[in-house]
Design a protein around this ligand. Sequence first.
Ligand SMILES: Nc1ncnc2c1ncn2[C@@H]1O[C@H](COP(=O)(O)OP(=O)(O)O[C@H]2O[C@H](CO)[C@@H](O)[C@H](O)[C@H]2O)[C@@H](O)[C@H]1O
Length: 474
Amino acid sequence: MRVFHLSAECYPVAKVGGLADVVGALPKYQNLLGLKAAVVMPYYNRKFVQENHFDTVFQASTLLGTRRLYFEILKERTDKLGFELYLVRIPGLIDREEVYQYPDETEQFIAFQIAFLDWISYSQQTPDLIHCHDHHSGLVPFLLQHSKLYTRLANVPTILTIHNGQYHGAFGWDKLSYLPEIDVTKTGLLDWGGSINPLASAVKCCWRFTTVSPSYLQELSISSNGLEYLFYLERAKGSGIINGIDTEIWDPNNDPMIPHKFSIKQIAKGKQADKQALCERFGFTPEKPLVSFIGRLVLEKGADILPAALERSFNEHPGKFDMLILGAGEKGVENGLLHLKKVYPEQCNVFIGYDEALAHLIYAGSDFLLMPSRVEPCGLNQLYALRYGTLPMVRSTGGLKDTVVDFGDEGGYGIRYNNASIDDICDAISRALTLFENTKHVQHLRKIMMALDFSWDRSAKEYINLYESLNPII
Ligand SMILES: Nc1ncnc2c1ncn2[C@@H]1O[C@H](COP(=O)(O)OP(=O)(O)O[C@H]2O[C@H](CO)[C@@H](O)[C@H](O)[C@H]2O)[C@@H](O)[C@H]1O
């Protein structure tokens, strides 16, 4: 079965967050299970692209409204990622460094989708399925069915996976003419709340949609930035499949990004040595419990309440624990955290920026990982933490609820709390510090955590089962 994954991100080509991790791993594991899965993404002028060899497999021009665009499809020569990787390059529009936040982002993603469809249409390819990820490829299900240009492909099944339902990619009707030769009687399928809404359109037009955890599927009908009623109406098409992690990249026993390797058989020594390295770099005391936070500094992740919650915790437990934060995002949050570091230089350190290697070291060298997310469709950080024997402290929401069991419950191994609030974060930190005093218990929990299996094997199969359930129609 030949499947194209369409995504704005893919690790290690271009990563902003967890979307890249998933799209960089799922197709690899699907191929191991006998599928022919490929990734198609926009071209970014970044390290991976500069350092690898690509062949031009297709060239043409297309129209974005009245603007003629020349595009090419590049293929990575060796399939070194475990799948065919295709990049859509459009000089002057899709050939830049950053993934998001250009003023013409709408034009970029529409052009990406049109170029992909033109390519497979003109080159007479008929994939067995197209798998769209988030709103960046959300117009594809509509265009396949309701643009005259692609009628040959109208029966190709489409699946949408929602990694983040907060972002919809909505734009005004003045840009309708960017969409090629559509059936105007069907424009209602593009609309939500008076705008063209790619995520809403994908939910309406795809054959099936998935969320990256079962709990998140339920939550979208209650909170999805305005699409609640749509998710309620379309609920029969949805299912939740929890993300896996790439256990080749995230392996404490074979991770080139950490100085000391360790396995479940011998956790304490290696983990303590990594902690030592981390503490030396950030001026901490390795004997004290180390709590960390990694992630985008945005409201969804509860990052805005971190400064106040941590300040209170530092006062409740003066000198008793260290706190390390790695992230970038909203300026107000960044400044709040930098201010905290100034006021509590002994207990708190903050690294503003994006650093993949440092993230690996933090998962390996921390005792606890704090995740007070308001919204967490799946969450990968807690899964990486578990794999590196670091105890996740999570708010009970979305995928965090589906993957972490409180250590107070039978078979549990993490810390869970109900609210993204200062009170709950402070309580969770107090529980963590009490737990840390019981070294034997901590060691026991680390063993449980590291034995958990969140590899892609099971989830990749679930996606394939879903693809095959559309088979009679294929
Ligand atoms: N400053 C930094 N430096 C280095 N690494 C950093 C970093 N900030 C974040 N990361 C890394 O980025 C990834 C973030 O993963 P999340 O699952 O939290 O992603 P995100 O919220 O972006 O994705 C959305 O999609 C994913 C995938 O489906 C869902 O798990 C998630 O709930 C949903 O919000 C992890 O690999 C983390 O280590």
